[in-house]
Design a protein around this ligand. Structure first.
Ligand code: SAM
Length: 221
């Protein structure tokens, strides 16, 4: 692995954080986490030189590690607090899980590909972000009912609609952030806030491009 001095000292991360600030990320907690987590430890070795570019990269199984700006934006929009319980759907490389670990109380993350979940677990342990994280393999469109309710839910893949199971697992006042749209086409990053037991407020944030959410309340396999 070509792990450069600049990766180790965090120079590239500081430059990335400066870019995120220029792009409008304001949350001090999110910016601090983005400056802490060594993204180069979450990308395939042959792509390590691209780890701090603001782009998605392949991580195997046809899946991607999300673009840093998108991870920061989604985390800021979900605004998990230090004591919060967070559900993440789509662990992928484990990078966004590490960011959530740094800004939340407890993180529950679900990945449908066992090989990705296992690799993510190893990376989180190696980088020191595993202590408040639980990962399981399964269909995240159904959520994690026995750990609900969640203060924040982040879905890192695009579905045709917000899964009812996830809405039901939001705490009152909780925020769910997820791309909604076509499997390979127009998608809108959407935020749902649970106002009361039966009342949800929905708003769209920006246009995005994510891999599809495959599952019982997502797209078919
Ligand atoms: N945020 C991750 C990161 O930083 O590496 C990247 C997530 S990647 C864009 C989306 C992930 O969602 C993929 O790993 C994919 O396998 C997963 N996925 C898709 N449908 C899923 C489902 N129903 N349940 C759990 N994971 C799912």
């Amino acid at each position: 692995m070509k792990d450069t001095q600049d990766n180790q000292t965090g120079k590239h991360r500081r430059e990335m954080v400066a870019l995120l600030q220029r792009r409008g990320i304001r949350s001090a907690d999110v910016l601090e986490a983005m400056g802490q987590v060594p993204r180069h430890a979450f990308v395939p070795k042959h792509l390590i030189d691209l780890a701090y570019e603001d782009g998605a990269l392949p991580v195997g199984e046809g899946q991607t590690i999300s673009q840093p700006y998108m991870v920061a934006l989604m985390t800021e929009a979900a605004s998990p607090g230090r004591e919060s319980r967070v559900l993440e759907v789509g662990t992928g490389s484990g990078y966004s899980t590490a960011i959530l670990s740094a800004v939340s109380g407890t993180v529950y993350s679900i990945e449908r590909h066992e090989v990705l979940a296992e690799a993510a677990r190893e990376r989180l342990e190696a980088t020191g972000f595993a202590q408040n994280v639980f990962i399981r393999v399964g269909d995240g469109t159904l959520g994690w009912p026995d750990k609900a309710p969640f203060d924040a839910i982040i879905v890192a893949a695009a579905g045709p609609r917000i899964p009812d199971a996830l809405k039901a697992q939001l705490a009152i006042g909780g925020r769910l952030v997820m791309p909604v749209g076509q499997a390979a086409g127009a998608q809108l990053l959407t935020r749902v806030i649970r106002k009361s037991a039966g009342e949800y407020e929905t708003e769209t944030l920006v246009q995005v491009s994510f891999v599809p959410l495959i599952g019982a309340q997502g797209f078919p396999r």
